[in-house]
Design a binder for this molecule. Structure first.
Ligand SMILES: Nc1ncnc2c1ncn2[C@@H]1O[C@H](COP(=O)(O)OP(=O)(O)OP(=O)(O)O)[C@@H](O)[C@H]1O
Length: 269
């Protein structure tokens, strides 16, 4: 899908300003940034539950429907008397989903607590229940909005281990809104950092796990480094990659600045 120059205002306040991005089928994208920067608003525009104020969205080959889309938010509420298994059945779209749900319960050792009442489950168990209730339908599109709010770090880790091991998640085009970089790194390969309603950085995993970068200006665009473009013909490359191209493309390099460090904390603050 292609998002071009979208804006979103609530009343007179513009919370998204001129956002453009492309999302490919199967991509796993994290939306990061401080409170109120518009992450949930952007996710809801992407998943069609909210219309932008202006701009254009072309969905291309993507067709999101309630049947093929899973959406989990923070602190979802459920009738406290209902049992886990009843919730799963309520969300299941068909018999295939019911069978898949039973498989998920077994694989993730949840047999014990799906027979309990919702009021008897911990926060982490509730979120797991929501996740398998959505995943049993094997969604093509999966939207996760701050799903670990209120959970301790152990439950957060467990939930993300569960997600990153799940086959349905592996195949789904996924957008994750989170404050935690470690969650984003566990599930996603692309990281979009929003700041003041704009995209401050659009990074790959390589950018994040290597903290040393080189800023290189070429005399022409270099297509294979498109993901690392930061300005006209200027690329920010992980150091090891930059060193490699020094030999290959040395004639085309106008400027090479070593040890350009990504100010991640600055971007996320
Ligand atoms: N329905 C609404 N009506 C009015 N203002 C809204 C509405 N939804 C969100 N906002 C405002 O828009 C801004 C962006 O909100 P959004 O929830 O998208 O940010 P966020 O980055 O997801 O925040 P957080 O990390 O705190 O969840 C905030 O200032 C919020 O108060």
């Amino acid at each position: 899908m292609k998002i071009e120059n979208i804006t979103k205002s609530y009343g007179k306040t513009e919370v998204l300003k001129d956002i453009s991005l492309e999302i490919k089928t199967g991509e796993k994208i994290a939306l990061l940034g401080s409170n109120g920067t518009g992450k949930s608003t952007l996710m809801n525009i992407i998943n069609q539950s909210l219309a932008p104020t202006s701009g254009k969205i072309s969905y291309g080959e993507m067709h999101l429907t309630p049947e093929n889309t899973g959406y989990i938010m923070q602190n979802m509420t459920l009738p406290s008397d209902a049992r886990g298994i009843e919730i799963m059945r309520l969300f299941a779209h068909d018999k295939i989903a019911v069978a898949k749900g039973a498989e998920l319960v077994k694989n993730f050792r949840m047999t014990d607590f799906i027979t309990r009442k919702i009021s008897q489950l911990s926060g982490g168990q509730k979120q797991k229940l929501f996740l398998i209730s959505a995943l049993q339908n094997q969604p093509d599109y999966f939207f996760l909005d701050e799903i670990t709010t209120g959970l301790d770090s152990e439950s957060r880790t467990e939930l993300f281990e569960f997600l990153s091991e799940n086959d349905a998640v592996k195949q789904a085009t996924t957008v994750l809104v989170t404050h935690y970089m470690e969650e984003a790194l566990q599930l996603c390969e692309r990281f979009i950092i929003l700041k003041d309603g704009k995209i401050a950085a659009d990074l790959t995993k390589n950018d994040l796990i290597s903290d040393e970068f080189s800023e290189i200006i070429f005399d022409r665009p270099v297509k294979k480094f498109d993901n690392y473009l930061i300005a006209d013909k200027t690329y920010k490359l992980p150091k090891n990659m930059a060193e490699e191209i020094l030999t290959d493309l040395s004639k085309n390099i106008v400027s090479y600045k070593r040890d350009f460090t990504l100010d991640l904390e600055g971007l996320l603050s």
